[in-house]
Write a protein that binds this ligand. Structure first.
Ligand SMILES: [Zn+2]
Ligand SMILES: [Zn+2]
Length: 71
């Protein structure tokens, strides 16, 4: 399998398939998504940021990795 088809869990270092959203070993999110959710006033963001981003580069909201205390 090509290296770009894999991703590594930031919490337990488990190497998961690229299409997986959560780690099957520890349950941590594998994609560093923006936590800005859809509301009546905003369509939500859900942008996938770099693994080391604590805040979304698109809207400045905290990312899920930061919210979970993973980074
Ligand atoms: Zn994990
Ligand atoms: Zn965002």
């Amino acid at each position: 399998m090509a290296k770009d088809e894999l991703q590594q869990c930031v919490r337990c270092k488990y190497v998961a398939d690229k299409e997986d959203n959560y780690c099957i070993r520890c349950g941590a999110p594998l994609k560093n998504k923006c936590t800005k959710e859809k509301t009546l006033l905003h369509k939500g963001c859900y942008k996938v940021n770099k693994p080391d981003a604590k805040y979304c580069s698109g809207c400045g909201t905290e990312t899920i990795f930061s919210e979970w205390g993973l980074i």
